[in-house]
Design a protein. Structure first.
Length: 423
């Protein structure tokens, strides 16, 4: 019995990694910012949408891990099998969205950095500094060391969030101020925020290709090829944790801010301070520095994962589009990767400077853009794992296919509804 348990733990430790990277990416802006705002501005009204969209997006993220495990290639390779126009569309979608998404994540990370160290004089140079550090870490290949530290800090934030959530439930919601009027959801502003919330819940759907790339990289690191059920278990565990944490953050925002008369700040550093205060109001003032450090570390892990994911996916896409060989190796691979790191750095800085310190505007724009892209990626991923490219015995189950159909209809319907309501 003990031997079997040790064997399972050993296999899990070799498989674990891609799901944790996914979770650390997801817990960033969608949870610390958007979920908290959802609770603070609308109470528990949007909780159902958070749960539904997390459920309906699940299959399309899982398909990235599934496809990589079965085929030993990334889902980006699969897009080429669907036809070069599909791969070109993925490439253009990535180029069109990556600067806004990276800029939004970087802007939020800078806020938590300034809050942690009490800085108010660096301004946009904080983002330049953080982006530069990210590129250097990834360019010299030291991400593995940092990633191990981030996992430890993420556990601290996870435990702290659970504690704060339970204490908030025990204390109950804040008493509404006199003459409090809650915001209406079905207005232009409300619908825009709803789509922004769902766009990155739990994260942008076009990031599903990163799961497959990280799955392959983990196999290469450990020299262990897990069974399909092992890969899926690791991802499902991480995805479940991100969904539960989203519910907790909405509840924290609702119970502490909704009806209190307090507005969440539009300044990134002030917003970060208010998020950290969510914990200290329930756990105690002594925890402020620990929570502030953990929150920044998680956001820093997110921005590094975003830089790595985009550069890695662009590198593979360019290989497939513009080279005859199936794989470019050695210095050429590193050259592509490092080149895209710097492209992403410069483009994202331009985006951040354009939004000039408006937290809500940059985050909402990036997340709504992700939501509009989502139906296209969902259809690509579904076609890959349910068609001729995978054997029937490793294709998704019937219930997962049904959930996929529901997800495609849901994402497409809301995207069309948004376009009609805006134009």
């Amino acid at each position: 019995m003990v031997t079997k348990l040790n064997e399972r733990l050993s296999k899990f430790s070799k498989t674990a990694g891609p799901g944790i990277l996914f979770a650390s990416t997801a817990i960033g802006v969608s949870h610390l910012v958007q979920s908290t705002r959802a609770g603070a501005e609308f109470g528990l009204l949007l909780l159902g949408f958070v749960i539904i969209v997390s459920l309906l997006k699940y299959p399309f993220f899982e398909y990235g891990s599934r496809y990589a495990n079965i085929t030993q290639t990334s889902i980006i390779d699969g897009y080429k099998k669907l036809g070069k126009p599909v791969l070109w569309m993925y490439f253009l979608i990535t180029i069109a969205s990556m600067f806004f998404i990276t800029g939004a994540v970087g802007f939020v990370t800078a806020g938590f950095f300034e809050n942690l160290f009490g800085l108010d004089f660096l301004g946009q140079w904080t983002i330049v500094l953080l982006f530069g550090i990210c590129v250097i870490i990834l360019a010299i290949g030291k991400y593995n060391i940092l990633d191990s530290l981030i996992k430890i800090v993420a556990i601290v934030l996870l435990v702290s969030t659970v504690c704060a959530f339970l204490l908030v439930l025990w204390n109950g919601p804040v008493e509404p101020v006199k003459d409090f009027i809650p915001k209406e959801l079905w207005t232009g502003t409300g619908i825009f925020f709803l789509l922004a919330l769902m766009g990155w819940m739990p994260t942008a759907l076009d990031l599903s290709s990163w799961n497959s790339l990280w799955t392959l990289e983990r196999m290469k690191q450990t020299k262990y090829r897990p069974k399909l059920k092992e890969t899926l278990f690791e991802f499902r565990l991480a995805y479940t944790i991100t969904a539960i944490l989203a519910v907790m953050f909405v509840t924290l925002g609702s119970f502490i801010f909704f009806g209190s008369g307090k507005e969440l700040s539009n300044n990134n550093a002030d917003f970060a301070h208010m998020v950290v205060t969510l914990y200290t109001q329930t756990i105690g003032e002594w925890s402020y520095l620990i929570i502030a450090a953990a929150a920044f570390a998680v956001m820093f892990g997110t921005i590094i994962a975003v830089f790595d994911g985009y550069s890695r996916s662009l590198q593979r896409t360019v290989e497939l589009l513009f080279t005859k060989k199936e794989r470019v190796i050695g210095t050429k691979f590193r050259s592509f990767y490092i080149f895209f790191l710097f492209v992403l750095l410069m483009g994202s800085l331009i985006v951040v400077l354009q939004f000039a310190g408006n937290l809500r505007e940059i985050v909402d724009f990036a997340t709504v853009l992700s939501f509009m892209i989502a139906p296209v990626i969902a259809i690509f991923n579904f076609r890959l794992v349910t068609g001729k490219f995978l054997d029937k015995d490793v294709q998704p189950s019937i219930w997962l296919k049904v959930l996929s159909f529901a997800g495609i209809i849901f994402l497409t319907g809301f995207a069309i509804f948004f376009l009609i309501s805006r134009f």
